[in-house]
Design a protein around this ligand. Structure first.
Ligand code: SAM
Length: 236
C-alpha cells in the first residue's frame, strides 16, 4: 500500500468521498487515504488526525514525500479535537478501528459534526454499535459495503446528514446487527462473516449449557439464541 495504491478496503472508503471535499481522516497512520484523495482530486483538501506519535510522524513524512503539505494538514490529537472549527470539514473518515472506538470518537466530538455532511466509517468489528449511534443521532445510513481482503472481512458504512431514509421500521434488531443494505445484497463476504459468527455463538452456547444456571447466564443464552435465529433466518 502507498499514497497512490491503496488497499481495497481504503479504496472503497475513498470511493464515497465526493470530489472537492475537505476530509478529516481520523486515525490516519501513514496518511495514505488523505494523500490518495488529494492526488486523485486536485480540488481536495484534508486533515490527517493521529493520537499517537509514531503514526503521526509517519503521516507527516508521507505528506511531505507526496508533495501535499499545502493541501493536507497533519495534526496530533485525540479524535475530532484536531478539527478546530465545526465548518472546517465536509467529510469525516474513520477506518481500521473497532466499532465501539469509532462511536466513542464521534460521541466525544459531537460538537464538531454540526457542519459535516458525510461520515464514512470502516469498523473492523461491531458495526452494530455504529448503526445504533447514527440512528440515535439522526444520521441516515445511505450506503453499506462488506468486502473481503487478505482473508479478513470489512464493513464500510456511509451516513449522510439531511436525508430521511426510513430503514428500521421492521426487523430493527436484525437490520442493526447485519446491516439493512447488506441483508438485501447478501454477497459472499456477508455469508462468510455471518456463518462464521453463528458457528462461534453456537460454540459459546454449548459451553453455557454446561455451566450452572444463573439469571445472568440465562439472559446471555437467550440473547445468543435470538441472534443465532436472526442470522439463520437471513442465511436460509
Ligand atoms: N485509518 C488507517 C487504516 O484504516 O489503515 C489506520 C488504522 S490503524 C489500525 C488505527 C489508527 O488510529 C492508529 O494509527 C491509532 O494510533 C489511531 N487512533 C486510535 N485511536 C485514536 C483516536 N482517539 N484519535 C486519533 N487517532 C486514533
Amino acid at each position: 500500500m502507498n499514497d497512490r495504491q491503496l488497499s481495497k478496503r481504503l479504496q472503497r472508503v475513498a470511493a464515497y468521498v465526493p470530489k472537492g471535499s475537505k476530509t478529516a481522516d481520523i486515525g490516519s497512520d501513514h496518511a495514505y487515504l488523505p494523500c490518495y484523495l488529494c492526488l486523485e482530486d486536485q480540488t481536495a483538501k484534508a486533515i490527517a488526525g493521529e493520537v499517537n506519535e509514531g503514526p503521526y510522524l509517519s503521516a507527516v513524512s508521507q505528506v511531505r514525500q507526496s508533495g501535499l503539505t499545502d493541501r493536507i494538514s497533519v495534526r496530533m490529537g485525540n479524535g475530532l479535537e484536531v478539527i478546530e472549527h465545526a465548518d472546517q470539514v465536509d467529510v469525516i473518515t474513520i477506518a481500521g478501528m473497532g466499532g465501539a472506538l469509532i462511536t466513542s470518537i464521534l460521541e466525544e466530538g459531537k460538537g464538531k459534526l454540526r457542519e459535516v455532511d458525510r461520515l464514512i466509517l470502516q469498523p473492523n468489528v461491531s458495526a452494530v454499535t455504529i448503526r445504533e449511534w447514527l440512528d440515535k443521532e439522526g444520521w441516515s445510513l445511505t450506503s453499506e459495503e462488506i468486502i473481503e481482503e487478505d482473508d479478513k472481512i470489512y464493513e464500510i458504512l456511509v451516513a449522510d446528514r439531511g436525508e430521511n431514509v426510513m430503514l428500521y421500521e421492521e426487523d430493527r434488531k436484525k437490520k442493526m446487527l447485519l446491516g439493512p443494505y447488506l441483508i438485501n445484497e447478501m454477497n459472499e463476504a456477508f455469508q462468510k462473516k455471518w456463518t462464521y459468527e453463528m458457528k462461534n455463538w453456537e460454540r459459546i452456547l454449548t459451553q453455557f449449557e454446561r455451566a450452572t444456571e444463573t439469571p445472568e447466564l440465562s439472559a446471555k443464552k437467550d440473547e445468543l439464541k435470538h441472534k443465532i435465529e436472526m442470522v439463520q433466518e437471513v442465511l436460509r
